[in-house]
Design a binder for this molecule. Structure first.
Ligand code: URA
Length: 433
């Protein structure tokens, strides 16, 4: 005989539908009962839509986050005897910052447990990018993760099934019910995983602009504030940078090409925007972890970050010297006139790379590691007729037409002196203590 349930899901749905507030016990029960399958998907769909439409108070969002943490295991790295710090990005086009950032921060003796995901749709996934390195393995046991943090200082790996299982189920449901973009649900989803991961400090890279999850800076700011409060309430030193995602980050969008660009940054070079954001996030992560005034640029330039990168790739079975995959086919788009590149929209280029095979449409699809787009110019650059503007890479030439369709009208060459797409500063604001 089953135990008597504490609440009735329909009562709770009605409360939220009518703009009421759920109690801590009601939220705890709802998340637990949904995770164990007592509350049905149809009921949780109605609830997530009511939350999407009517919002949640700060206390409700905190209760939701804590209930999702309680649905699974909570990791603990205190036995390492050193501070831990992590970063989360809400995702964007060409966003490979985790790759140079983890070894950079770890090279200062702070442990970086970076649990990452795979891409879905036009935003790429860190694990997909790293899997283009021959032999590299994303799945680690908790013991392997701990050993790598102790011996190398940093790890990027897949989150185990035991971490916030309520979120895994809820996120899949939101994905098919048009309820992903609700700030209380995004904030509790992200922060439950980061708090359960056991990091002592956390920096959030919250994107806004055409290639971001939330386009509008006001909504990104609200999301950032909500997440910073959740982190601080849970005892995790948290801050956020609001960063611009109107233009692709760096010069590569894909998987293997993004690894190549990350290695350039670790060698002290790479595109200016990737270096700027990597350095700013590293400083934040180190300050929150108690390392003030670290010369992070020196660690990129003198090879310390590169040494940690190589050690971390080797620790996960990868060969940092192995050639990265190269696509079978290329299609180059050239400038049809002299002038200045005045526009390059992030979202269409992200969709274009996805259509070339760099991303997946369904969770179970494989990605093609060599597929993607290399950009040869950025907004503001002077271009000459006949000069390559970007190169598409794919294993199947049949993919080029749909990718070209995606980027059609997403870039523009203007006369010298024309106004350039207003991307604004890369780092618009900092939120936190
Ligand atoms: N990333 C997450 O982990 N959860 C969300 O809800 C949105 C983005």
């Amino acid at each position: 005989m089953s135990a008597v349930e504490a609440f009735d899901a329909v009562d709770l749905i009605r409360t939220k539908r009518d703009r009421g507030e759920l109690t801590t016990d009601q939220i705890g029960w709802l998340v637990d009962a949904y995770t164990r399958g007592y509350v049905a998907d149809e009921q949780m769909s109605a609830m997530t839509m009511a939350i999407f439409l009517n919002g949640m108070t700060r206390r409700e969002i905190r209760d939701m986050t804590m209930a999702m943490i309680a649905s699974g295991e909570r990791m603990d790295f205190s036995a390492l005897g050193k501070p831990t710090t992590d970063k989360h990005s809400t995702g964007g086009v060409g966003d490979k910052i985790t790759l140079p950032l983890m070894p950079l921060v770890a090279s200062f003796g702070v442990a970086v447990p970076q649990l990452s995901g795979r891409g879905l749709g036009h935003t790429g996934g860190t694990l997909d990018k790293l899997e283009s390195i021959p032999g590299w393995r994303a799945e680690l046991s908790n013991e392997e993760m701990f050993a790598q943090l102790r011996d190398v200082g940093g790890v990027i790996c897949a989150a185990g099934a035991g971490l916030a299982p309520a979120d895994k189920k809820l996120y899949a449901l939101r994905d098919i019910t048009g309820t992903v973009e609700a700030i209380p649900l995004i904030a509790s989803s992200i922060m439950s995983k980061k708090i359960a991961e056991g990091t002592g400090a956390l920096v959030l890279d919250v994107k806004f602009g055409s290639g971001a999850f939330l386009q509008d800076i006001e909504r990104s700011r609200e999301l950032a504030r909500t997440m910073v409060e959740l982190g601080e309430d849970a005892g995790v030193a948290t801050s956020a940078l609001l960063t611009n995602m109107n233009v692709p980050l760096g010069l590569t969008i894909g998987n293997a090409n993004e690894v190549r660009e990350s290695v350039e940054v670790l060698a002290g070079g790479g595109p200016a925007d990737i270096r700027e954001l990597t350095v700013a996030l590293a400083r934040e992560m180190l300050e929150l972890a108690g390392v003030a005034d670290a010369d992070v640029e020196a660690a990129l330039d003198d090879g310390r970050a590169m040494d940690t990168w190589r050690a971390s790739i080797r620790a996960q079975g990868g060969d940092p010297d192995a050639p990265l995959p190269v696509a079978k086919e290329q299609h180059v788009v050239i400038a049809d006139r002299d002038g200045v590149l005045v526009r390059q929209e992030a979202l269409p280029f992200g969709i274009g790379a996805w259509r070339l095979g760099a991303g997946r449409a369904r969770k179970e699809d494989p990605v093609q590691h060599a597929a993607g787009i290399d950009l040869h110019a950025k907004p503001g650059d002077v271009v000459r007729a006949g000069q390559p503007l970007f190169t598409l890479h794919a294993d199947e030439p049949a993919r080029f037409a749909r990718a070209l369709e995606a980027v059609e009208g997403a870039w523009e060459i203007g006369d010298a002196g024309s106004a350039v797409q207003d991307g604004g500063p890369l780092i618009a604001e900092r939120i936190g203590r």
